[in-house]
Design a protein around this ligand. Structure first.
Ligand code: BTN
Length: 237
């Protein structure tokens, strides 16, 4: 496995998207800092220099578009497994945030690039490791390993641990394993809780029931069972 480590990049996802043709399958790109770190839904990803895991992995020749969603759920499982060595009360908030109780510690952003005959997916992972303070907008909803445990961690060592789990899980998934579904079911955030979510630009309420074999969220909206495959949910308090 090849790891490219840079001090500063605009975004590790963008670096791979720009250079993927010359990179090997499963190339990892890491940065100590991103000047344009990207989150889901066109948000920015906030991370202080030298404090966190900021990495992307290239999955080449990924030729099933519909499986991109499953791959993102597999990644959630891998990060959850990796963090379980250090933390309890870890949940997977569908589709792919990792929470400690109800605070976010990791975000995952998958991006695909489909050309005439080459297809690829970049999986970007940001995990808060040693960062202790966050901007006001996210401070009450965000945590890090160090905030939880009061220990400073070696980011290089942790990245190696994560990458080993991740590559193993991706390989198993590409070889047909679907045990990630059960894993995510067992660790899903908000089961039986009331949520708000956006569908066709409207805000709806429902109750989380489960996820199905495709990794879609199953919710009960006014006694109608719905299967959601993208978007964002918010627990109603
Ligand atoms: C989210 O929760 O909104 C997803 C955040 C993903 C952040 C990571 S950090 C490494 C990689 N490079 C990026 O620009 N984004 C992802």
């Amino acid at each position: 496995m090849i790891i490219i480590k840079k001090d500063v990049l605009p975004s590790t996802n963008d670096f791979i998207k720009e250079h993927y043709e010359s990179l090997d399958n499963y190339t990892i790109v890491r940065a100590n800092y991103q000047t344009n770190g990207k989150g889901r839904l066109s948000r920015t990803w906030e991370a202080l220099e030298n404090n966190n895991i900021l990495m992307s992995i290239l999955v080449k020749e990924f030729n099933n578009r519909t499986d991109i969603h499953k791959l993102s759920i597999v990644t959630s499982m891998s990060v959850h497994k990796f963090l379980s060595k250090y933390l309890k009360n870890l949940y997977i908030k569908w589709p792919n945030d990792i929470l400690v109780d109800n605070k976010k510690i990791c975000g995952i952003l998958l991006e695909g690039k489909i050309n005439n005959n080459t297809q690829m997916v970049v999986i970007g992972i940001g995990i808060n490791i040693n960062q202790l303070t966050f901007s006001d907008e996210i401070a009450s909803l965000t945590t890090s390993l160090r905030k939880e445990l009061n220990i400073e961690f070696d980011i290089d060592l942790l990245t190696e641990e994560l990458v080993n789990i991740l590559i193993n899980d991706i390989n198993e998934f590409l070889n047909g394993s679907d045990y990630f579904i059960d894993y995510v079911k067992t660790n899903l955030f908000g089961i039986n809780q009331k949520i708000e979510y956006t569908r066709n630009n409207n805000l709806y309420e429902g109750i989380i029931l489960d996820i199905d074999d495709e990794g879609r969220l199953i919710i009960n909206e006014n006694n109608q069972i719905l299967y959601i495959n993208s978007g964002e949910i918010k627990i109603k308090r």
